[in-house]
Design a protein. Structure first.
Length: 413
């Protein structure tokens, strides 16, 4: 490729035409947009954005159990968001709520596969799962689970109240433009939020005046525990990086540069990357690239590592607690989007720069006492968390959104 048609030449042209700051911003916007698929037929692909707003018309229930319709996007394997949703439904079934799952899909023939994934890869739920058609059964609560499904929920009138299971601030997933605006619009409708943590709830209230109730995270005790690690006699310290190059909010480039500095400071350190296909990226340091592992194998991997670098530029994920439960010290970027879940007593938080993050990782590798202190505090913290308690928090949020008192909601205790 010659200079005339190279990416460097295009960036240079933008800098010349617009100045340094505007040129860089324009180049970044173009780069981000090109990483998305380009629509071939806007009307066909995005006509659902024009879905009419049909307010909820059914009267609220006077008591539980509730009839709950969940509107889900495509059901795929390995989604932390779907994990939280299906675990909540699994708990709700125990409490006699009538759950029904509708999947927004353009491929009706995939519903059998979706049912198999939901019940075998996530939780053995018994609630019916079907493709979302023009109508749904009456419900006390209809719950959107992503910004795309919110447009479907917007048009469903036969419910008592519409809810929004918000696990991340999705406008941050896109460069400023159509998609970020489409997703932001969904927070301005009359939905009651059920948010993963207080940070999202505070953003939704401040920017969109959206009322919500929060739940927190826990971990699967059958998978994650501080057991002796396989081959734990390794001499070198090991650092794990949750590496997701295609997921902007996981800070792949930032993490790689931070670990490059760690490798320069501590050349005997072993690095393990998990979360993306092997052989797809050239790395500036030697590392074992594991790829995408089955959940059943993650516990052993986490237990074999001394420190893990986990970056979240939007909402925190489940991973920090799962690593802590295995006795692995966590390093993450500081910020309110992370610190609603973890803090410097149970992890090492640093500004999101390669230098600061590398220093935090290196300090934990060099200071066994500090690392032991943090992992002990983290184990104590995660032991106090419980998924059933968090499902109760979601349930309480639904009752609150419906205007039901605590006594009216406790019929099934």
């Amino acid at each position: 490729m010659g200079w005339r048609n190279s990416p460097a030449q295009r960036v240079y042209s933008l800098l010349t035409q617009k100045g340094v700051r505007a040129g860089i911003n324009t180049a970044l916007d173009l780069w981000a947009r090109r990483r998305l698929s380009v629509p071939k037929d806007v009307d066909s692909e995005f006509n659902w954005i024009l879905s009419p707003n049909r307010p909820a018309v059914l009267p609220p229930p006077t008591a539980g159990p509730l009839r709950i319709n969940w509107i889900l996007p495509e059901i795929v394997r390995g989604s932390g968001g779907l994990f939280n949703i299906f675990r909540t439904i699994f708990e709700f079934e125990k409490w006699n709520h009538q759950n029904r799952i509708y999947v927004v899909s353009k491929s009706p023939e995939t519903i059998k596969q979706a049912i198999d994934i939901a019940r075998n890869d996530y939780f053995p739920i018994t609630s019916p799962i079907e493709i979302l058609e023009d109508t749904v059964l009456d419900s006390d609560a209809t719950i959107a689970t992503s910004w795309e499904t919110a447009y479907s929920v917007r048009s469903i009138p036969n419910t008592a109240r519409k809810f929004y299971f918000v696990q991340d601030f999705e406008p941050y997933f896109f460069a400023k433009g159509s998609l970020s605006e489409f997703s932001a619009q969904t927070y301005q409708w009359d939905f009651y939020g059920l948010t993963a943590g207080q940070w999202i709830g505070s953003v939704l209230q401040k920017e969109f005046q959206m009322d919500s109730s929060a739940f927190s995270f826990s971990y699967d005790r059958s998978q994650y525990a501080p057991l002796p690690a396989p081959n734990s006699t390794h001499r070198k310290k090991r650092v794990l990086f949750y590496a997701r190059p295609r997921t902007e909010r996981r800070g792949f480039e930032l993490g790689i540069l931070a670990l490059k500095l760690v490798a320069q400071k501590l050349p005997d350190t072993e690095f393990v990357l998990v979360g993306f296909p092997t052989g797809s990226v050239k790395l500036p340091f030697a590392a074992q690239v594991i790829g995408v592992l089955d959940v059943s194998k993650l516990g052993d991997l986490y237990r074999s590592c001394d420190v893990a670098l986990v970056l979240s530029h939007t909402n925190a994920s489940l991973l920090p607690l799962e690593l802590m439960a295995c006795g692995c010290a966590v390093v993450s970027n500081a910020g309110p989007n992370v610190e609603w879940l973890i803090n410097n007593k149970i992890a090492a938080l640093a500004p999101p720069t390669p230098e600061a993050l590398s220093e935090a990782v290196a300090q934990l590798l060099n200071d066994d006492h500090l690392r032991s202190s943090i992992t002990s505090a983290a184990l104590e913290f995660v032991a106090q968390t419980d998924w059933t308690h968090e499902a109760r928090a979601v349930e309480a949020g639904i009752y609150k959104g419906l205007g039901l008192s605590a006594m009216q909601s406790l019929h099934h205790e």
